[in-house]
Each structure stands twice: as C-alpha cells, then as structure tokens.
Design a protein around this ligand. Structure first.
Ligand code: GAF
Length: 449
C-alpha cells in the first residue's frame, strides 16, 4: 500500500511585520525546519492522525460539511481548517488520510508551525484525492529550486483537478482563520513558495511571490525568547486587536495603506495622520506605513548585497514593533540587544511577537560569536545550561512544501486514534473536548508536532 509524506516548512520573516493583513509586502524565508505528515490514503472520507508528542492527542474527524471546530487551542483545528478550506473551494474529498504528524518547527515560537501543519494537511488531502498542485506563480514567482516534487513519477493517474500554489496559499490563509487568528497570508505563501537560498517578496491583493537571492555569506540566527506565542491563545486576541486598530486608523486617515506608502515622503502622511488619530492608533498606523517602506528598502539592500543597510532596517523594524506596535517583550528586546552587541548587523523579533523568536543577521564569521553571546548571556541564566537546538539555531532559506512517496513505515500505533462511528448511521463526530494542557516546561520550544 502506498505511503506518502507531506512536508511543509516553517518560515522566518526577515522584515515586514504586521504588514500582510494591511495589504503591504513582506520578506520572509522558508526554513530548513518542517512539519511532516506520513500517511496512507483511506477509502472513507475521514482524517485520522496522531503525533509522537504527548500533548498532541490523537484525533479523527469525518470530512463532511460542516466540519466542527474542536476546543480552542486544540491542534486538530489546523487540520480541520485545511479540510474545510478545500471543501469550501469545491474540492471533493472522498478519500481520507491516516498517519503520523511529526516535525522540527518549534511550536508557538513565531516560526509558523501552525501554517506549516495547515499546508501539509492540505497537500496530503489533495494527494489522497488525486488533485495536483501546480507551480503557477501568478506572474510573480520564479522557479522552484529546492522544492520537493508534488507527484511521485510512479503515480501516472491524471489528477482529477489541479490547484496552483498561489491559489492554495490564498485558500489556506483564509482557511486557517477557522482556528481564530485573522492572519494575513504571509505564512502559507512562504511555506508553499520557499526557494532554496532565496528570500521571498510576497505581495497581496493579488497574491504574488518573487524570490530574491540571499547574498553569499549572510547568516540568519534564530533565537527563542522562551516565551510561548500561542497563535490560538492569548497572542491571538492581541493580534486580532492590532488588525482591528489598523482598519480603524485607516478609516480615520481616509486612504489605503498601499497608496500611503507609495507617497514620496512619509512625513506628510504622518503629519496628516497625527492630526486625526488618537495617540495609540497613530502609533499603530506609523508602524505599518514605516514598515511598509522598510520592506522595499530592505529588498533593495539585499539585491545590492548591503548587509549593514539591511541590518539597520531590521533594527528600525524592531524598535517600531516595540514602541509603536507594542508586540515585543523584555526577552525579545534583550536578545536583540545582546545579538547587536556581539556583532550582528541587525536583529528583530520575527512573526507576530508577544514572545516567540528573534532573528539576527550576521556575517558568516560573526555568527558563532553571536550565538555564543546569546548562550552565555541569555540562555545560561534562564536554563542553567546551553540552549537546545530548538531554542537557538542558524536557519537556511529553503524550498517549499510538497508531497513525495514515503519509505515503508515502522508502522505507527494507529490504535491510539479514536474510532469513528459508522458513516452510514452516525452524525459527524462531535469535536473532541480535550484541552491541550499547556504544560509548563523549562524550555518551552522543545515541543513540536
Ligand atoms: C502571524 C500571521 F499569521 C501573519 O499573517 C503575519 O501577520 C504575522 O503574524 C505578523 O507579521 O504570523
């Protein structure tokens, strides 16, 4: 019986934070850390998955509309979101999947493990139902160097239907909102369009992805603040609140963010906005428009190989996220400070903030010194020893998500997955009501799907 493996990378956003849901570009990389689903296709339209990580309890659900949500914070919601998104798009999910979810993207770390799970689930379900994924790029994206192939060459059956990567990215961005966070679409697009050795300029409305080569010798050090930034918990409400404030600010200023960022000087825009917005709204607004401007400047710096300039823009971005957008934490600020003092060209929080990780840009020869300084000054006092491989690592710009044939299993103990009632008689199963139980851990980055 064929077995498959859907692999979907996490991402590190280099610059352009909290701009995607305002229709402004971002510049992330897909990283060499991924969520994997090893699965076999089943004849009934149901999903049965489990994980070797204890806190992610096994689950099963039938893919019949409406797909019920499980409790807030339950990891199955990301898989349910993918199935729901595909069904709503009119994709006929007659066949299901059964398998194991694993991976090495640290969870609740701002590295997009949840979107990687959504994308991996969607790819697995599409594969199970003979729907191909095309590299259509909407005119923006270049080739797929380093991208895992979508089809096993041995599988000659023509796909019943195809979707393009861009279409799927947009679809999954909408679908993931089912889990509660009103995200903007960067994470799913980065996950599906990653290109080895390249950052990705992602534009929205319409979605376009353009790879930008990362110059030789630029290194990205990712360091966790050891504070969980749970997309499905506290961070979600604070995030959604920021998105609401951005819309409100725009109503006050009376123009679109894209037009505002395109104005020749931002001083006039900011002066006008200061006159009409309450102070907190003005600060949110100022972050968005200045960050929008920084993304274009950072891309230019990357194209010109100007490491110092790119670093400066990262530092400005962090200050703006800390002071104007108020999404940083003392831990993230400290990591940025230590990294800069140790010789990083730039450093900033990455992802939504409220905990999670920071990313530092270093010259190749400075990376070890920066990591050493973080180990001694940030991690040793907190962990009583060196950071684990999920707390601090050098990330590489990597290829995007795909499905390949999997080697035969050491078969997973699927008996652990709850049985579903018979499809002919039973209603769709009620959402499982077990909480995930956020166990306190010394190093909270150690859990992964
Ligand atoms: C989260 C969201 F999912 C993204 O869409 C983006 O807004 C990011 O936070 C902040 O830039 O990862």
């Amino acid at each position: 019986m064929s077995r498959w493996r859907a692999v979907a990378p996490g991402r590190v956003n280099l610059i352009g934070e909290h701009t995607d849901y305002n229709g402004l570009p971002v510049l992330p990389i897909a990283i060499d850390r991924a969520i994997r689903i090893e699965f076999r296709v089943t004849g009934d339209a149901a999903v049965r998955l489990h994980s070797p990580v204890e806190r992610f309890a096994p689950f099963a659900f039938r893919m019949r509309r409406p797909i019920e949500a499980a409790d807030r914070g339950d990891w199955s919601n990301y898989v349910r979101a993918a199935a729901r998104g595909l069904l709503e798009h009119g994709i006929d999910l007659r066949r299901g999947i059964e398998g194991t979810v694993s991976g090495d993207v640290p969870v609740a770390a701002g590295l997009s493990s949840s979107s990687a799970l959504v994308v991996a689930s969607a790819l697995a379900l599409l594969k199970a139902n003979g729907v191909g994924v095309e590299d259509g790029t909407g005119g923006g994206a270049g080739g797929g160097a380093g991208r895992a192939p979508d089809e096993d060459p041995a599988d000659k059956r023509p796909p019943a239907k195809t979707v393009s990567r861009l279409e799927l990215a947009a679809l999954m961005a909408r679908a993931e909102r089912f889990a509660g966070l009103r995200g903007g679409g960067m994470d799913q697009a980065a996950c599906l369009h990653g290109v080895e050795g390249h950052a990705l300029r992602i534009e929205f409305e319409p979605l376009r992805v353009t790879p930008v080569a990362v110059p030789e010798g630029w290194r990205w050090v990712v360091a966790s603040s050891l504070e969980r930034a749970e997309k499905s918990a506290g961070a979600r409400d604070a995030y959604n609140e920021r998105a609401r404030q951005c819309r409100e600010a725009l109503r006050g200023v009376g123009s679109g963010y894209r037009d505002l960022v395109a104005e020749p000087g931002l001083d006039g825009v900011l002066r006008r906005a200061r006159g009409v917005l309450a102070p907190a709204l003005f600060r949110r607004f100022r972050h968005v428009v200045t960050e929008g401007r920084r993304v274009a400047l950072a891309e230019e710096a990357m194209l010109n190989g100007e490491l110092g300039r790119f670093g400066e823009l990262m530092v400005q971005s962090h200050a703006s996220l800390r002071d104007d957008y108020e999404v940083s934490t003392a831990g993230l600020d400290e990591i940025v400070e230590i990294a800069l003092e140790a010789g990083a060209a730039g450093a900033r929080l990455t992802g939504a903030g409220f905990g999670g990780c920071a990313v530092a840009l270093c010259e190749e020869r400075a990376a070890a010194t920066v990591m050493e300084a973080l180990a001694t000054r940030f991690y040793a006092p907190r962990l009583g020893g060196p950071p684990g491989r999920d707390a601090m690592f050098a990330a590489k710009a990597s290829g995007g998500a795909g499905v390949t044939a999997a080697p035969p299993p050491p078969s997973p103990p699927l008996s652990a997955v709850p049985a579903l009632p018979s499809p002919s008689t039973a209603p769709a199963p009620a959402a499982r009501s077990r909480g995930t139980g956020n166990r306190p851990a010394t190093d909270p980055t150690r859990d992964w799907f």
